[in-house]
Design a protein around this ligand. Structure first.
Ligand code: MEV
Length: 435
């Protein structure tokens, strides 16, 4: 298989997790991933926002709140190797993603498919007397409405995007809940490389008076919908059963247990929420690192999980005719590669560079693949050793750091803690005192 390496010398990054912080940064530099200047920024912990920028980003700014930024390795997505930056406070997530990506990468990696990127804007109308007639009027004026929407934001049209299609939805009255009927007009808008909230909202506010004229109703809401069903990305991976063997479990047994766990998560909302949380561990970490709006992604993804009327697992694991394990994940991913904090935040700028400046579709491919990897890593661990084995090692390190251990003492205390009868902060402090 031909694998494009994007001018990055990944050999320099082998055993990345074993390197010290300084070694990791020089390895990134030697691999051609970051510049000398960026290496200095990372060495001097200079990724934080400058206060002069921070105070213009939010109101009542008082300082920065950092998250650790790490890199998940081993990802091969559509035949391209990619380093995945992740901003996350939870231990194990990056290790699990890298481990899962290694197994999946050795079996050909992830294949992705990304739909057209259309954002949805809504004008919601109240007091519409004749819903059917109003909906017909809207449909008849579709061309004019799209034209007015595009006039409200001409620059996105110049960049090749703009309002592309229109749809109406009648929300029937619900007398039991005392909810009247509403008419909703949707525009499908191509926002190109932007997530596009401002573009969409400007257009919806721009067309609302005309929509009122056409329907005789009153516009109540004029805003984008974060339920981005017109902006979907799918990742699949195929893993031969023999690659799943671990401990006393045969590869076939692990495969079948993963399939059963997937079935449980499709059937049981209590399990589905945790299963999907595992997927979002990875997705959110990349969304945050890339400077995108993780609340928007979270909201859309969970609505998508409930699209059948029941909250279900977002991913599915099955067996193909060859007996391989096949995983699929589809997510609505309204992200962008320009706008918002992306070109302002030094961490976000570096994250885009680490991923070799993906366009928005490629970023969606990366996100959905990370979600599938994260899910595979979690479920594989759950149906075999359980996740505590891996977690406790990292927990031991956190306890050692909380107790005051520094440098090589962290690992030393963590090792002793793992063998101690009680793994807690008190024991960590005692062990540190004894050193
Ligand atoms: C923990 O952050 C995520 C998991 O609970 C996900 C899962 O149960 O699938 C391990």
């Amino acid at each position: 298989m031909r694998r494009r390496r994007n001018q990055m010398d990944t050999n320099k990054l082998s055993k990345f997790y074993k390197k010290t912080h300084a070694e990791k940064i020089s390895a990134l530099k030697e691999a051609g991933v970051i510049s000398l200047e960026e290496a200095t920024v990372l060495t001097e912990d200079g990724l934080d926002l400058d206060p002069s920028v921070g105070e213009h980003m939010i109101e009542n700014y008082i300082g920065n709140y950092s998250l650790p930024l790490g890199i998940s390795t081993n990802f091969v997505i559509d035949d391209n190797e990619v380093l995945v930056p992740m901003a996350i406070e939870e231990p194990s997530v990056i290790a699990a993603a890298s481990f899962a990506a290694k197994i999946i990468g050795s079996a050909g990696g992830f294949t992705t498919a990304v739909s057209d990127r259309l954002m949805i804007g809504q004008v919601t109308l109240k007091n519409v007397k004749d819903m059917e007639q109003a909906a017909q009027n809207i449909k008849a004026a579709e061309h004019n409405i799209l034209e007015r929407a595009n006039e409200a934001h001409p620059s996105i049209v110049k960049r090749g995007g703009g309002a592309k299609a229109l749809e109406t939805r009648i929300l029937e009255a619900d007398p039991e809940e005392n909810i009247p009927a509403f008419l909703v007009v949707h525009l499908h808008i191509d926002t190109q490389e932007a997530m596009g909230a401002n573009i969409v909202n400007t257009m919806m506010e721009g067309i609302a008076p005309y929509i009122e004229e056409l329907t005789g109703g009153k516009a109540l809401l004029r805003i984008l919908s974060n339920y981005a069903t017109e902006c979907l990305a799918t990742a699949t991976c195929t893993i031969p059963a023999h690659k799943l063997k671990t401990g006393d479990y045969t590869g076939e047994a692990v495969r079948d247990r993963i399939i059963e766990a997937s079935q449980v998560a499709l059937a049981d909302p209590y399990r589905a929420v945790t299963h999907n949380k595992g997927i979002m561990n990875g997705v959110d970490a990349v969304v945050v690192a890339s400077g995108n709006d993780w609340r928007a992604i979270e909201a859309g993804v969970h609505a998508y999980a409930a699209r059948s009327g029941q909250y279900r697992a977002l991913s599915k694991w099955q067996k193909n005719d060859q007996g391989d394990l096949v995983g699929t994940l589809t997510l609505p991913l309204a992200i962008g590669t320009v706008g918002g904090s992306i070109s302002i935040h030094p961490g976000a700028k570096l994250a885009h560079k680490l991923m070799m400046y993906p366009d928005a579709k490629r970023l969606e491919s990366i996100l959905v693949s990370v979600g599938l990897a994260q899910n595979f890593g979690a479920v594989r661990a759950l149906v075999t050793d359980g996740i505590q084995k891996g977690h406790m090692g990292l927990h031991a390190r956190s306890l050692a750091i909380s107790a005051g251990a520094k440098g090589e003492h962290v690992e030393l205390i963590a090792e002793q803690l793992k063998k101690a009868p009680h793994m807690n902060l008190q024991t960590a402090k005692e062990l540190l005192n004894n050193l």
